[in-house]
Ligand binder design. Structure first.
Ligand code: C2E
Ligand code: MG
Ligand code: MG
Ligand code: MG
Length: 282
């Protein structure tokens, strides 16, 4: 069967595919060049305590400032980076840069917030990941408790035992783990129970449904109750309207993130926001 499959693969290998793989190689080269030319930048989006309206964390979100194409969103290049080892180096840069920024804000005396960093599957599976993270944190003089790592359901499913081991290592130095885009993956509740997570982030699609018909809006409420029953904090992603905010507060959702509060902003603007001590109570 394997032989037959292999044969079929050859038969299916069209000129377009060849072009695609060349383009892919180009992309990897471009990404590596971008890294050495310092074309990546981190934006930060505030995470709000829905009860107090205070900023308690910031999610680091990468952008590519391309010299010709302008600002490129992560969805346009992270999937390519994830297809190669480029994601390891880009991911390491993200962790390093986020920690450097956090340390700078700390030294400036800004109110303490945690930083959330997205980890992709390949990074989580990488042998040295915990050593690297701990090395960076020590180098920067940061407390592990100020870092939170976001993974998606599918990321951890790749190799459950190895993932759990890595996550536990991070937790042993006080770092926290969030399950991102919750509800959009393929995980079962059994699997959810096994992961050592501190937070669930409800995907924005369910937040958008919240003001719709009853059978759609109750998904968000169900996720919130599930998380609380598991002793896990819940964050709602993609809050855009005051109505969504109001309902989520009624549902007892802990934290929120979305354009209603703030878009992802460059570091200087986050600085102003933190300095102003501005809250977001509606
Ligand atoms: P994510 O981790 O789920 O991040 C949330 C995304 O939702 C961000 O998109 C954010 O700008 C967007 N968002 C926030 N509030 C709202 C809202 O109210 N409405 C809407 N419609 N969208 C909102 P962004 O920055 O384009 O990032 C997209 C994805 O790229 C992220 O999704 C994450 O999966 C990935 N990504 C970003 N930075 C990194 C990184 O440093 N490493 C890795 N591995 N992935 C990253
Ligand atoms: Mg995220
Ligand atoms: Mg998300
Ligand atoms: Mg998302």
């Amino acid at each position: 069967v394997a032989k037959e499959n292999a044969k079929n693969c050859y038969a299916l290998y069209t000129p377009e595919m060849h072009e695609k793989s060349l383009k892919f190689l180009d992309m990897e080269k471009d990404l590596r060049n971008a890294l050495s030319n310092k074309e990546f930048i981190l934006y930060y989006q505030p995470l709000i305590n829905l009860k107090t309206g205070k900023i308690i964390g910031l999610e680091a979100l990468i952008r590519w400032l391309h010299p010709k194409k302008g600002m490129i969103a992560p969805n346009e290049f992270i999937p390519f980076a994830e297809g190669s080892s480029a994601i390891i180096d880009i991911g390491e840069w993200v962790i390093h840069e986020a920690c450097r920024q956090l340390k700078q804000w700390y030294d400036m005396g800004l109110p303490q917030v945690y930083i959330a960093i997205n980890l992709s599957a390949r990074q989580l599976r990488h042998q040295d990941i915990t050593d690297k993270i701990i090395h960076i944190v020590n180098e920067m003089g940061i407390d592990g408790g100020n870092l939170l790592f976001e993974i998606t359901e599918n990321v951890a499913m790749h190799d459950l035992r190895q993932s759990i081991h890595t996550l536990n290592m991070l937790k042993s130095v006080n770092m926290r783990i969030a399950l991102d885009d919750f509800g959009t993956g393929y995980s079962s509740l059994n699997y959810l129970k096994k992961l050592p997570i501190d937070m669930i982030k409800i995907d924005k699609s369910f937040v958008q449904d919240i003001t719709k018909h009853h059978d759609e809006k109750f998904i968000a409420k169900t996720i919130i109750d599930l998380a609380h029953n598991m002793d896990v904090i819940v964050t709602a992603e993609g809050i855009e309207t005051e109505n969504q905010y109001k309902i989520l507060r009624e549902y007892d959702c802990d934290l929120g993130q979305g354009y209603l509060f703030s878009k992802p902003l460059p570091a200087e603007e986050i600085e102003e926001l933190l300095l102003s001590g501005k809250g977001f109570t509606v």
